[in-house]
Design a binder for this molecule. Structure first.
Ligand SMILES: [Zn+2]
Length: 519
């Protein structure tokens, strides 16, 4: 079924402008895959003209097949006084080989004169010719009208002329951007309404949250008839962030009865939000609407029974609809169906009444309390579920390890020793490395490769460390997230400890076990 409102995600481009956010190419690929399976309609991957990392992303992403989303490369209109076909930045957009290209251009005369230092007519030509050039190269074109609302308030005729320049060039969407986030919902709906009257092409909306109105403004545009909304997961973005899609999506579905992402995705919203936070290495915002851990947390005080009876009156929707949970009651049922779903995804058939389910849930709850986080560590979660269902022994055991580090003049080296057991057999190896984790990884592998030659193919692709403060009064803990690949598949594992080496070892052991059990 086609969507009534298209979701255009720019987490990887506008979102990555946010303070403290720095995605690697591998991070971007993982997030793109996840956004696609969640069901967003467009993924803006980056700006190939602005940095080499984004060029690499577009090269690598070509190997992926997306089920739902269309990939967009972002850039700007051609430079002034330069034929579009000679503009390198525009050519890079075509070289990105995406089905969609999004370009931004100027609506506001102030910017045309003071920032571009050009004439009103040249700006219109820049917009029109760039859109047309991209259309001639077979692209779907989204035209982002920068400062659309400020521009319109300043000079409505010129603003409209600039949008019409894009339309005449063949733009599929003209997206009005509230670039500095200063507009009010009423202004947004009035101006979006005016644009729709004058333009034959479709009108979209791109808002920022500087006045705390990013989501409200996007919804105002949709109420005025817009059917394309741009934003980011968790509202990442410059300054106070972009329009938060994790709020827009449930509002559309549950409050406005408008179809956007597939219905079945809604219950995975919390999971998506957590996943993106984990990859961005950003602490989860507990007060985030819809998906925050406090979004449906109730401070009881009164008798639990009484709270249970009137609970609906304290909640605007059922938290399970967005994959969140009520905190005071600890919704066992929601927890159960999530794990049943996860287990099926991993290929284990368990039912809501499988006795092992209780063990799995208890174990997850206990580990989460210790600081584990399984949203981005599906390898570790799979092992946990498998162990509970099959009651199997681990394929190997680490009996002991030792890591030492020394520095001699300028050169520092780390050495790790590992003793492992596979059935009755034992192995004892020593390896060097640049750092303690690297040395430990090398020692562990060389011990195990004799028993399991297929480990030769396994490589670590990413290593993330987060300091977490769990229960008050205990020392800070370290959470390590590892990503591994065998060249075909990728999986992630997690370890938590007060000691970073120990946390890394746990994640390494899980990674290898996962590789062995899923070979
Ligand atoms: Zn923006």
């Amino acid at each position: 079924m086609s969507p009534e409102v298209e979701i255009y995600d720019t987490t990887l481009r506008d979102g990555s402008q946010g303070e403290g956010i720095n995605f690697s190419v591998a991070d971007k690929l993982r997030i793109a895959e996840r956004l696609d399976s969640f069901g967003v309609h467009y993924i803006e991957g980056g700006w190939p003209g602005s940095n080499p990392k984004d060029i690499e992303f577009f090269q690598q992403v070509r190997r992926k097949i997306f089920k739902n989303a269309r990939l967009a490369a972002f850039g700007s209109t051609r430079r002034k006084n330069l034929p579009v076909e000679l503009d390198d930045q525009v050519l890079l957009l075509i070289a990105a080989e995406t089905p969609v290209v999004t370009i931004y251009g100027k609506t506001w005369m102030l910017h045309v004169k003071e920032v571009l230092n050009t004439t009103a007519d040249e700006n219109l030509a820049m917009i029109n010719e760039t859109v047309r050039f991209l259309k001639d190269h077979g692209k779907s074109v989204v035209y982002d009208a920068e400062h659309a609302f400020d521009g319109y308030k300043d000079n409505p005729e010129y603003a409209l002329a600039s949008w019409q320049a894009a339309e005449k060039g063949g733009a599929d969407w003209v997206v009005l951007c509230d670039t500095n986030g200063g507009s009010l919902p009423k202004e947004i709906s009035t101006i979006v309404g005016a644009a729709q009257q004058k333009l034959a092409c479709r009108v979209g909306i791109h808002t920022h949250n500087d006045s705390g109105l990013g989501v409200a403004n996007a919804l105002a545009a949709i109420e005025a008839g817009s059917r394309h909304v741009q934003g980011t997961i968790n509202g990442y973005g410059e300054r106070t962030g972009n329009c938060n899609l994790t709020s827009v999506i449930p509002n559309l579905a549950l409050k406005m009865q408008l179809r956007s992402v597939p219905e079945s995705s809604l219950a995975k919203l919390r999971e998506l939000s957590d996943f993106v936070d984990e990859i961005a290495n950003i602490r989860h915002d507990s007060r985030q609407p819809w998906v925050g851990s406090a979004a449906f947390a109730h401070k009881g005080g009164t008798h639990v029974n009484a709270v249970q009876k009137v609970i609906h009156s304290y909640e605007h929707v059922n938290p399970e609809l967005v994959g969140n949970t009520r905190r005071i009651l600890i919704s066992d049922l929601a927890g159960r169906s999530n794990i049943v779903m996860k287990a099926r995804e991993l290929g284990y058939s368990i039912q809501n009444d499988t006795p092992e389910l209780k063990t799995i849930l208890a174990r997850i709850k206990e580990l989460e309390h210790q600081g584990y986080e399984f949203e981005a560590a599906e390898g570790s979660l799979a092992l946990l579920i498998r162990k509970a269902i099959r009651h199997e022994q681990a394929p190997f055991k680490v009996d002991a390890y030792h890591v030492s580090m020394r520095r001699d003049g300028q050169i520092s080296t780390c050495e790790a020793t590992v003793k492992v057991r596979v059935g009755e057999k034992r192995a004892h190896t020593v390896s060097d490395g640049d750092g303690p984790v690297n040395a430990l990884d090398a020692a562990l592998r060389s011990a195990l490769i004799k028993f399991f030659p297929r480990l030769q193919k396994i490589q670590l692709t990413d290593y993330k460390v987060r300091i977490i403060d769990t229960a008050i009064g205990t020392a800070a803990k370290t959470r390590v997230l590892l990503q591994s690949t065998d060249g075909e598949r990728e999986w992630s594992t997690v370890g938590v400890s007060e000691n970073i080496v120990e946390a890394s070892l746990q994640a390494l052991v899980d990674s290898i076990e996962y590789a062995l059990e899923n070979a």
